[in-house]
Structure formats: structure tokens, C-alpha cells
Design a protein. Structure first.
Lengths: 97, 743, 141
């Protein structure tokens, strides 16, 4: 009895996992790598925004004095702009599928 | 029905193998194989759930044809929750639990990362699949090697009419959920581990692997915290020794991954913000996962003397090999990627969050090292000196207490700092109130609690006061700062502040919770009153400022559980308080006889398991705790006499004489009832352990607060999309501002 | 001081503290540890004033008088027995046939005098009789 059930289970699972395999083609590794690069940049962008916001909060609370804040804020925003422009570059070179 | 579960479980093993194979094929960039492997993980989850479901149904049906059910349940076991939770009391059941929770977590993370991280995900899937192969393989191996006892559907023939039931010590709701909480905690660390390995292999070592798996690490932390707390709570409220932590090897096994997991949760924040500590983070998650497996191994292997010894099991060696493989493989992988891992960034200043996170990590790992050394010392000493030597609580406390205090202090300073650098004036401003609060806390403890005699506790109160004040200050000042920016009223500002910065303020709440927990620990350890009393009914004794009176003995019989309970009514007065407390500690004795066996009906109660029922009055400031050990020596003669009479009667009954057997059973029942009353009438003395534990409530409350804080930090952001839009507007503003700014 | 030097100093401090901690761990553990012994080992060595962790099986449970308990402990695989005199909490799972660990020293009179509250009893493994078989009386047709 178990063998019959096991065979049924194996066939069902096989059918379920075979669905993607019947697709015609797949993306090139280069495209996948590009997508991964994009994701990394997006993650860095959001982290950078969080940093900028946190620094603002800390400054508003008085933990960072005015001078330090201006310097840090400018640094962070410059880094953010770098990431944004890298993102733009990445998006424009991404092959349209 | 069992056939369905058995078939599903075996096919699950095959599916897990396919997960690994298809995932590895998917790493070459072919997303068809990657998608197929993801579907295979979903299928694995479904199959394991079917297996679990069919096992639970077997328990509910009292299907004793399964050895698992016969050994862990009985017709008299209460359905809720013990029949349902009995499954993971056994080795086979707990392995199945591990595999099932893993498949659920893996399915969740793969569904959440669908279409993302397409380079890392196939490798991570392969790793998770590999672990699944290990556990389902161990389970399936139980079919060929029944001695290993890992196949849950092992049949029993002939089929017994009654099961052996659950060990009375485990018949407690806390014990029902304690194991799955711990196991689930261990399992959830698999996810960040698998993604770390994937990130290392593909050299995608930025923070994106952390972003996707951070929540799983936090969930693991919450589950481990709850599991540890439940174990401690059970020990305190159910066992006759009155303590909650004994530095027992099995307790330590769960604590170690909790410690390194806590360190990991902190250090990934540094990597996300500043891109630093990348090597440290991957090493830490490998260590945490290895410790989680070690925890599973320690509990099941019997290599260390512990009260939790489950006997020697055959799964020990394979688990050890798995741990070794993971450690060696991961180390080689990390070393080969050291170049990619090194970051350019350095810590700017000592007075920065990053710096204190490093200190926090150092302390946590040091604590884990102490616990590790102490736990494995019997093996180490045997290897080095030939003699097995073990360490007890005093040795552990000598090291863990100062490190714990230092940690609490750092947990108080962290929220006061900022990333990168805090100005000197900023530090001074931030430290003023918490330091004052700390001093006040110390003063109060000195004056009100006579903490002068306990310097360690005093230091702890001071540091805890510091941390709680620091967290409160952060909340209030943050809300005030927000109010000055937005003009909202203070309370609304506070609410919005916390809602928009859940991770930060959730973390602060956790710190406050830990501080409260430490207050509970310090107060209840250093200022505990404990006395062993021997009282006759009607007698009183004085303990500190309490009067304890043994009012009368109590008895009860539970025929369903086949148990006899002897206890007492204890009345306790505290000086200066008019109301007395009535406590009812007792001891429950479970008979070794089954329902039909009538040998030695009375003595059988005292040859089986016995559990303590604690008479306890909990309060915000004090717990009064009593346990009783009835003196049974005066009952000996009666027991022997009555048992001998019944033995003689049994001999005279013809086999097959059903009527006589039934009469015997009835008479035995009456004899037991009379015996119980005899105990009460005979009024024997009893040993009563009387403990007064100050502030122990706050130990539990503190843990609860910490868990709530973690849940707050976990809460998914509904405003994420809104923030995205805002961020893009932000981006435009940024560009404009920087374009227009001079220089 | 330039940042690189600062980093080196910090690393040096951290490593020093780590080494000191490790040394403290090792040093204190070897002197604080209690060695484990079975009854046969103790009997062979005789009373020497040292404290040991006695491990073995309860072969006979004696009377519990007041807060004290007398019992007989034997080697885990049977063999030599040793009487134990104990005061303190008796753990819930304690009974004949169970494995226990108790800390104390062997007295001149040949009795193992245990430290208060040092008795640990191992929780039994899942209802398998001591020789590995499942008890007879659970099978009733």
C-alpha cells in the first residue's frame, strides 16, 4: 500500500517541479548578474537613505553638533548621489527583454 | 492513514535530494532549474506537513500500532495539548519537527525572494536542501536501521491495548511548547546561514543577503528567547528545587546560539550601515548555525552528564559529522573569499555606535566562549588529564556575572550614541540623566533593599537603572525632536517616531526588557530567603519576617492518571500584613501499575514517577514558594500489610474468573482511598522548603518586554512603498540641492 | 595618532583581553572542577578527603528520615556498591534504578557523605526498561 502511495506522491511531485523545466529558454547569466547588481545598488540606496534619516534624527536630538552634522550630512548625500547615478547607469545598460 | 504519512515522509527524502540537485543546476544561471528547485522546496514542505498530520491523527486516534504513539501517549492522556504535542517528545518526532520547520522557513524565504537575488538564491536553496537531506535522510535511515529509532512510522506488533503515556514530568503546558520553540529557533538560523554561504560563493558580499534574511534571524532569536524562558519558568514553577537556571549542559546548549545570534543581530546592523565587519558577520552566522546544530546534538547524544539525559542515541555521530563538515567547509570558503570580504571602511571614533557594537559583540562571544568551555569541560579535562571533571554554577557565575553586567552597561550606552561620531558635548548631554538615574537607583537599592551587603547586586541595579533611563531618554528626546520638526503633540510624535523607526526603537525596548530581567535575576538571587522546615500539622515556624504554619495534610486520588497526591495546606503570614496566604504544595505519585495489573497496589505508587506541585503566591515584589516532601516512613507498615493481603487474595483467584478480578479491582480502589485518608488522619510530619524570592516577577516581565520589543522590530513596514515614493522625491531634491550648492 | 595606529592599538587591546580571559577560564576551571568517579573507583582509592562527583545507579533506596536520605549507589554496569548519606532536596525523578550524580566525599566509615542539595537524578529515557525491553505488562490482547 505504501509503495502505491509513494509512487503517486513521486509522480505528483515530479509533475509539480517539472513545470518550469518546460519553459523554452532562460536568461543569460550576464542578465542575471546585472539584475543582482541592480538589487545590490537598490539595497545600498535604501540603507543610505536610512543613514541620512538617522543622522537627521540624531542631530535633532542634539547628539551631533552643528558642524559635524553638516559635514556628515553632506558626505552621506554625496554618497547617495553616487549610488543614484550608479543606479541610473545600471538601468540604462540593462538589456531590455 | 499511516501509510499516507509514511509514503509522504519517504518521498520527502527523495524530494530533498532533488532540491539539492536542481538548485546546483540552477546555479549555472538557468532559472528554469532554480524555479524547479523552489517548487521542490514547496513540495517538500507539503509532504512533511502531510507526514506530521498523519502522525497527529494517529495520536488522536490512539493508534498504538505505531511504536511512537504507544511509547508517548495513552488513552488517558489528555487530548489538549498533550496528545498533540507528544509527537516531539521522541527522537523520531523531533527530527521530523526539525525537517518540517526547516521546509516551512525555506518555503517562506524562497517565496519572499522570488525573482530577487537570482545568483545567491540557488546556492542558498542547495544549502537548505542539503540540511533537509541530512534530517530526512536520518529519518528514512530508520527504516533500514530500526535500532536508530528515527523512523516515526515504525510499527509495533503485537499491538498493545494501552500506551505508556507521557512522562508525568512532561505533563505541563510549558513543557509541551518548550521543545518546538527551541527547535524552531535553531532551524530559523539555517536561513541566514544558507544565504551567507550563497553570498560567499557568488562573491555578492554586500548587505543584500542580510536584508533578505535579517527577519529570519530575528524570528530565530525570538523563538530561542521564548524557548529558554519557558524552560526556566517550568523549572521554577514545577520542580522541587526552586531555581530557574542551573548551567546544565542542555540549558547551555540552547544559550550559546542565542548569545552568538544576539551578537549577529547587532553586527549586521553595522554592515548594513557602514559596510564593515563583513568577514565577522559571515563567521558569526556560521558559528551560530553550528552551535544550533550542536544544541540539537547535545540534547540527543548523551555525551554530557545532565539531568536532561535522553540516553545515548544513534544520531549523535552523524550530527557531529555534519557540524564538522559545516565548520570546515565554511571556514575554507571564508578564507578563500577574504579578499572580497575586506572592506575599506574603518571605525571613525571610539564614541560611536559602531564601536560599541563591536564591544557588545566581543562581550557576547566571550560569554558564549565561557559557557562553551564550562559545558564541555568534562570532555576537555578527560582528554587532557584523563580525569573527567565538571564545573558547577559557582564557576559559571564567576565569569558570566561580570560579563553580563558589562553587557548591560554597553546596552545602555548604545542608544545614546550616534553612528560615526558623537560630539563631546553630545556625549555629556546624553549621559547626564541616565547617570543620575543610575545613582538614584543605587541609592534606593541601598536604602530600601539593604543592597549594601550584596555589592554585585548593587552594581547590577545601578547599571540596570542606567540602561532603563537611557532608553526612556531616547524615546522622550526622540519624540521631542520629532515634535519640533513636525509640530505634532508629544504623544503623537512618540507614536509616529516609534512606528517609523521600528527597528531602532524595538531594539531599545529589548534593551530595557533585558535590564528589567537583570533586576529580577539580581534581586531573586542575592536576596533570596530559603529555609528547609520540618513541621507537624498545626506547627508553626518563623523564617525571616514570615510565619509559616502547616495547617493540615491533604490527599487526593486521580484514577485516570493512576496517581495519588499527598500535600498540605500551608498558611503564611508576613509581618505587618493582616492577610495571610494559603498555599497548597503537594507531591503526586504515579503508579507503575497499568489499569489491569493489581500487584502491590499501594507500594506501586511509590515506585514510579513523582512530581512536585509547588504552592506559590506570586507578586510584583515577592514570590512566596513552597514545596513539600511528605514523610512516608510512617505509612510503610500499613502499605506492606495491605499489599501482602492483596497478594494472597490474587493467588487464590482462579485464572479466568472475571467476577473475582472485578471484585479485587474494586476492593483495591477502596483500599487506596482508605490509605489516602489514613495519611491525612495519621498526620505525619513533612519536610517543607520555604523560599521567598524578591522581584522574581520582573525576571519574567523583563523577558516579555524584550520579546515585545523584538516583535516590534520585526513588524513589516506598511509604509515601505510610501517610503519608496518619498525616497524618489527625496532623490530629486537631493540632486537639485547638490546641484545648486556651492563648491 | 593616525587612524591606522588607533586601529592597531584597539585590536591589540581586544586580543590581550581575549587571551587573558582564556587564561582565566583555563586556570580556574582546572582547579574548580570536581572529578567524576564511579563507586568502584572511590572504593579502590579509599577516603582521601577529596570531593568528587559520584555517578552511578541507585540500587537501593533507603528510608527518608526528616530531610535526609540514605541510599545505596552502584556502578552503572552493576558491581560495587556504596552507601550514601544525603541531605537536601530529593529530585522528582529519584528512585531505584535511576542514574544519579551526587557530590561529596568518602568518609572514614566507608559512607559517601554528600553535600547538601547536590543530588541530580537523570530523567529517564522514554519508558524503556533498564535492559532495553519494553515492559511485559503493557501488552494485553
Amino acid at each position: 500500500m505504501e509503495y502505491l502511495l509513494a509512487a503517486v506522491a513521486i509522480l505528483s511531485v515530479a509533475a509539480f517541479v517539472a513545470v518550469p523545466l518546460r519553459r523554452s529558454g532562460s536568461e543569460q547569466p550576464a542578465a542575471i548578474a546585472a539584475a543582482a547588481d541592480l538589487e545590490d545598488l537598490e539595497a545600498r540606496k535604501l540603507a543610505k537613505y536610512r543613514e541620512i534619516r538617522d543622522t537627521e534624527l540624531d542631530h535633532a536630538q542634539g547628539k551631533i553638533d552643528e558642524q559635524d552634522f553638516r559635514r556628515q550630512d553632506a558626505e552621506l548625500r554625496a554618497e547617495a548621489v553616487e549610488i543614484l547615478s550608479a543606479l541610473d547607469d545600471q538601468k540604462s545598460t540593462k538589456p531590455s527583454s | 492513514m499511516n501509510a499516507v504519512g509514511a509514503a509522504a515522509l519517504f518521498v520527502a527524502f527523495l524530494t530533498a535530494i532533488y532540491v539539492v540537485v536542481s538548485a546546483l543546476l540552477g546555479t549555472r544561471g538557468d532559472s528554469r532549474w532554480a524555479d524547479s528547485s523552489r517548487r521542490a522546496v514547496y513540495a517538500l514542505c507539503a509532504l512533511l506537513l502531510i507526514a506530521v498530520l498523519s502522525l497527529e491523527l494517529a495520536f488522536l486516534r490512539d493508534d498504538f500500532s505505531l511504536a511512537l504513539v504507544a511509547q508517548n501517549s495513552s488513552t488517558t492522556t489528555p487530548t489538549w495539548p498533550y496528545k498533540l504535542t507528544a509527537m516531539w517528545g521522541s527522537q523520531a518526532g523531533s527530527l521530523l519537527l526539525w525537517a518540517t520547520v526547516l521546509s516551512i522557513a525555506a518555503s517562506a524565504v524562497l517565496a519572499m525572494t522570488r525573482g530577487h537575488h537570482r545568483e545567491v538564491v540557488p546556492w542558498a536553496t542547495a544549502v537548505m536542501g542539503g540540511i533537509a537531506v541530512f534530517f530526512t535522510g536520518l529519518i528514512a535511515a530508520g527504516i533500514a536501521f530500526p535500532g536508530a529509532e528515527t523512523w516515526p512510522f515504525a510499527a509495533l506488533s503485537p499491538v498493545p491495548v494501552e500506551g505508556q503515556g507521557l512522562n508525568p514530568l512532561l505533563r505541563h503546558p510549558l513543557m509541551a511548547i518548550h521543545p518546538p520553540m527551541l527547535y524552531a529557533g535553531y532551524v530559523f538560523f539555517t536561513i541566514p546561514f544558507a544565504f551567507a554561504i550563497g553570498a560567499l560563493i557568488t562573491r555578492r558580499l554586500d548587505a543584500s543577503w542580510i536584508r533578505s534574511t535579517r527577519r529570519f534571524a530575528l524570528i530565530a532569536w525570538v523563538l530561542l528567547t521564548i524557548g529558554l524562558a519557558l524552560g526556566a519558568r517550568w523549572s521554577y514553577s514545577e520542580l522541587g528545587w526552586g531555581g530557574y537556571w542551573a548551567w546544565d549542559p542542555v540549558e547551555n546548549a540552547a544559550l550559546m546560539p542565542w548569545l552568538t545570534g544576539t551578537a549577529f543581530l547587532h553586527s549586521i546592523m553595522v554592515q548594513e550601515r557602514r559596510g564593515m565587519l563583513r568577514t565577522w558577520n559571515v563567521s558569526l552566522i556560521v558559528l551560530t548555525f553550528a552551535l544550533s546544530l550542536l544544541g540539537t546534538f547535545l540534547v540527543r547524544s548523551g555525551i554530557l552528564q545532565s539531568i536532561h539525559a535522553f540516553g545515548e542515541s544513534k544520531v549523535g555521530p552523524p550530527l557531529l559529522i555534519l557540524i564538522a563538515t559545516i565548520l570546515i567547509g565554511s571556514t575554507l570558503l571564508i578564507v578563500s573569499r577574504l579578499g572580497d570580504l575586506r572592506s575599506e571602511r574603518r571605525i571613525d571614533s571610539l564614541a560611536s555606535r559602531e564601536s560599541f557594537f563591536l564591544v557588545n559583540n566581543f562581550l557576547l562571544v566571550a560569554l558564549a566562549a565561557v559557557v562553551f568551555w564550562g559545558t564541555f569541560f568534562p570532555l576537555i579535562s578527560e582528554a587532557l588529564s584523563g580525569e573527567e571533571s565538571s564545573l558547577a554554577a559557582p564557576w559559571f557565575n564567576r565569569f558570566t556575572t561580570p560579563i553580563g553586567i558589562a553587557l548591560l552597561f554597553v546596552a545602555g550606552i548604545g542608544p545614546l550614541l550616534a553612528w560615526r561620531r558623537v560630539s563631546l558635548a553630545g556625549i555629556r548631554r546624553s549621559l547626564m540623566i541616565p547617570t543620575a538615574a543610575a545613582a538614584l537607583a543605587g541609592l534606593l537599592a541601598w536604602l530600601l533593599g539593604d543592597a549594601g551587603g550584596e555589592p554585585l547586586a548593587l552594581v547590577l541595579f545601578v547599571v540596570a537603572g542606567f540602561t532603563i533611563a537611557s532608553v526612556s531618554q531616547e524615546l522622550i528626546r526622540g519624540a521631542a525632536a520629532r515634535r519640533s520638526l513636525t509640530g505634532d503633540p508629544l504623544l503623537l510624535s512618540l507614536g509616529r517616531l516609534v512606528a517609523r523607526n521600528r527597528r531602532r526603537y524595538g531594539g531599545y525596548v529589548v534593551h530595557a526588557g533585558i535590564a528589567v530581567m537583570f533586576i529580577g535575576i539580581a534581586a531573586s538571587s542575592s536576596f533570596q530567603t530559603s529555609e528547609d522546615l520540618r513541621l507537624e500539622p498545626g506547627q508553626e515556624a518563623r523564617v525571616a519576617d514570615y510565619t509559616v504554619r502547616y495547617v493540615e495534610p491533604t490527599e487526593s486520588i486521580d484514577s485516570a492518571q493512576q496517581s495519588l497526591t499527598f500535600g498540605a495546606v500551608i498558611e503564611v503570614w508576613r509581618d505587618g500584613e493582616p492577610e495571610s496566604m494559603i498555599l497548597a504544595p503537594s507531591r503526586e505519585y504515579f503508579s507503575v501499575n497499568s489499569q489491569s495489573d493489581g500487584a502491590a497496589p499501594l507500594r506501586s505508587f511509590f515506585e514510579g514517577e513523582a512530581t512536585s506541585e509547588i504552592g506559590r503566591q506570586e507578586g510584583l515584589t515577592t514570590d512566596v514558594w513552597t514545596a513539600i516532601q511528605p514523610d512516608l516512613s510512617s505509612l510503610d507498615l500499613v502499605m506492606t500489610k495491605v499489599d501482602r493481603q492483596f497478594a494472597q487474595r490474587i493467588e487464590q483467584i482462579e485464572p479466568g474468573d472475571v467476577e473475582a478480578m472485578r471484585q479485587l479491582a474494586t476492593d483495591q480502589g477502596e483500599a487506596i482511598a482508605r490509605f489516602a485518608q489514613f495519611y491525612v488522619l495519621n498526620s505525619p510530619a513533612a519536610n517543607i522548603r520555604f523560599n521567598v524570592n524578591p522581584f522574581i516577577f520582573w525576571l519574567w516581565a523583563g523577558i516579555g518586554i524584550a520579546v515585545l520589543g523584538a516583535l516590534l522590530a520585526l513588524w513589516p513596514g506598511s509604509g515601505a512603498r510610501r517610503r519608496e515614493v518619498v525616497s524618489d522625491i527625496y532623490a530629486a531634491r537631493l540632486a537639485r540641492e547638490l546641484a545648486s550648492s556651492p563648491g | 595618532m593616525d587612524p591606522a595606529r588607533k586601529r592597531q592599538i584597539r585590536l591589540g587591546v581586544a586580543l590581550t583581553v581575549a587571551v587573558l580571559l582564556a587564561a582565566a577560564l583555563v586556570y580556574t576551571s582546572f582547579s574548580a572542577g570536581t572529578e567524576a568517579r564511579e563507586p568502584s573507583d572511590l572504593l579502590a582509592a579509599g577516603p582521601n578527603g577529596e570531593t568528587y562527583k559520584l555517578t552511578g545507579k541507585v540500587s537501593e533506596e533507603g528510608p527518608r528520615v526528616g530531610g535526609s536520605l540514605e541510599f545505596v549507589i552502584e556502578d552503572r554496569d552493576g558491581g560495587e556498591t556504596l552507601p550514601v548519606s544525603y541531605e537536601g532536596i530529593i529530585p522528582d525523578p529519584f528512585r531505584e534504578g535511576r542514574e544519579v550524580i551526587v557530590t561529596g566525599e568518602l568518609s572514614e566509615q566507608g559512607v559517601f557523605v554528600a553535600e547538601e542539595d547536590s543530588l541530580i537524578t537523570k530523567c529517564p529515557s522514554k519508558f524503556v526498561a533498564e535492559d532495553g525491553s519494553i515492559p511485559e505488562n503493557t501488552f494485553v490482547e
